[in-house]
Design a protein around this ligand. Structure first.
Ligand code: NAD
Ligand code: DAU
Length: 353
């Protein structure tokens, strides 16, 4: 057995972003042992990691982060040097249906992990790190202009963003109160392969493919700042290795799109790829009841991460979107699997109006 120089727990490693982080770390750092700790909720899928599951430095452990005993047991077994914490309930619309699930995983689960790190590391903090992966949604909503910086006051509006804001505060409180070595990042909207089709881009790709209505909330005027998921995983790698403890870093692509323009761009790309007439898929667009408390605009200023740690995004949006569409068209089994069963029930409930 190789002697690993670090053992890292990646929580939520079977999810969308987590699987990209696990893949990057397993391949780039063969001398690290990567333990993917995930409860495998509807959003967790081990098929996302088929290509690394046999690697000597990768292990999967099924664990619910809200279960203190199981988390303790995992720490006893592996004696982690670091945690990269991505496990969360992550979909805003589901948080409106069931806020408590978000409080449990995002708030309680995070505090269970922080407590466990504190108990196991016992003030011997050299070489230890708790990395908390968070979101730009904690900053609330922007008007027509301006950007979120690390100094922007928190102003969450959805149960999801309120639960993430709360977890961010706990992470920083553990640093200030107990000296726990922490670092945090707040990222904008990700897109790419293995993205669960409840979120805008994969949902639209799937519906365009199947000629189903494309449900655009409100007037489609809301703006999001999109970043390719592999660029986010690279940012996490950079911040994990060179970020300053006790600090947070904003991650984003300076890539703002109105929802309606993005959906039309996807229609154009897919009409071409599927050999449909120009304009055919746009006819599927259907304006539906707006999301309650819908934030108007997110836009990240990632200058700190660029200037201090040298990270920048690598892909242009249209190139990233094309790669993403190609992945979904080539992976029908994946999409059929994740849209069977409970997904249909969720879809009917969410889009019934
Ligand atoms: P996801 O929903 O795709 O994956 C979440 C993963 O966490 C799943 O594998 C799920 O099984 C696991 N999980 C959920 N509850 C758990 C529990 N109680 N115990 C253990 N595992 C549990 O989420 P994602 O989009 O990959 O987001 C990952 C993280 O990044 C989240 O913390 C999210 O807030 C943050 N984030 C996401 C985005 C985005 O655009 N998707 C942007 C910025 C930040
Ligand atoms: O900004 C980072 C956040 O991005 C992450 O923290 C969240 O985990 C992630 O889900 C994402 O949140 P959003 O709410 O911005 O993403 P979503 O894909 O759900 O929606 C993007 C935009 O598209 C938003 O303005 C709502 C709109 N929308 C979404 C869906 C699912 C629609 O118009 N129709 C839809 O069917």
């Amino acid at each position: 057995m190789p002697d690993f120089s670090k053992t890292i727990l990646v929580t939520g490693g079977a999810g969308f972003i987590g699987s990209h982080v696990v893949r990057l770390f397993v391949n780039k750092y063969p001398h690290y042992k990567i333990v993917n700790g995930d409860a495998l909720t509807y959003a967790g899928n081990l098929e996302n990691l088929k290509d690394v599951q046999e690697k000597a430095n990768y292990v999967f452990e099924k664990v619910d982060i809200t279960d203190e005993q199981s988390v303790n047991h995992l720490f006893e077994q592996y004696r982690f040097d670091a945690v990269i914490h991505l496990a969360a309930e992550s979909h805003v619309d589901r948080s409106i249906m069931d806020p408590l699930a978000f409080v449990r995983t995002n708030v309680l689960g995070t505090v269970v992990l922080l407590n466990t790190c504190r108990n196991y590391w016992k003030n011997q903090y050299a070489g230890k790190l708790f990395y908390h992966v968070s979101t730009d949604e904690v900053y609330g909503s922007l008007g027509e202009s301006g950007f979120f910086t690390e100094e922007t006051p928190y102003d969450p509006h959805s149960p999801y963003s309120a639960s993430k804001a709360s977890s961010d505060h706990f992470v920083m409180a553990y640093h200030d109160t107990y000296g726990l070595p922490v670092v945090m990042s707040n990222c904008s909207n990700n897109y790419g392969s293995h993205h669960f089709p409840e979120k805008l881009i994969p949902l639209m790709i799937n519906n365009i493919k199947n000629k189903k209505p494309l449900p655009v909330y409100g007037k489609g005027e809301n703006v999001r700042d999109w970043l390719y998921v592999e660029d986010h995983a690279r940012a996490i790698d950079t911040i994990f290795h060179t970020g300053k403890q006790g600090e947070s870093y904003n991650v984003g692509g300076f890539n703002e799109w109105k929802n309606i323009d993005l959906v039309k761009l996807l229609c154009r790309i897919m009409d071409q790829k599927l050999g449909r007439a120009a304009g055919e898929s746009e006819q599927l667009i259907s304006y539906v009841t707006d999301r309650p408390g819908h934030d108007l605009r997110y836009a990240i200023d990632a200058t700190k991460l660029h200037k201090e740690l040298g990270w920048s995004p690598s892909l242009q949006f249209e190139e990233g979107l094309e790669k993403t569409v190609d992945w979904y068209l080539a992976n029908e089994d994946w999409i059929n699997h994740v849209t069977s069963g409970d997904y249909q029930k969720y879809y009917e409930e969410q889009y019934k109006h």
